[in-house]
Design a protein around this ligand. Sequence first.
Ligand SMILES: [Fe+2]
Length: 207
Amino acid sequence: MNRECKITVKNEPFPYLIFENVFDQDALNQIDEELQYYFNSFEHFYRHPRETGSAGHTDIPNAMLKRNKGFFFHDVWHNANHSALSRISQEIFYKESISQSESTYFRDFLPNEISILCSLYGDGDYYLPHKDATLATGCLWLYKEPKKWEGGKFRFVDYDLEFECKHNTMVVFPGAFQHEVTELTMDNDDFSDNYGRYCISYFMNHR
Ligand SMILES: [Fe+2]
């Protein structure tokens, strides 16, 4: 974990954590390289929303819960350590990072079953309000700067609590709190240059 990482503990209106400057520059460079590798072989890695869980469950018939492209790391890597992103991410789940003593929820939290989803949002993409079947979810936002997209805000819908999704920032929250990603707009040429909005989701549970 980056020594400069700042962790903020919030207990109101519900418990969540904010991590700023999650990774140092060396780690970010390795992650950029890996994300570019996936992007270069887009059709090989990225999947339709119906194949990356939870899409399709809305009150509106035939409506999709999310529109983005993504894949689970466990579908790509037999050994998680073969992915730099996955390997570097392990530090997030160390006691020093995730077990925050000031938190009413994360005080003794130590997940040992984690799955990682890489989601990429381009023009028109969104994720409607939903809950995750997790004890906690971490959403880490990554994108190439300067930022070339608008919208794509992360919101806790029941609390009107909204995040700008700054690069290299992560929010960690109990999955049962409803959240959404508002529709994003961007130029398709910028998307082709890999300026889209990445969210690395860490789904944390106990075995
Ligand atoms: Fe979610």
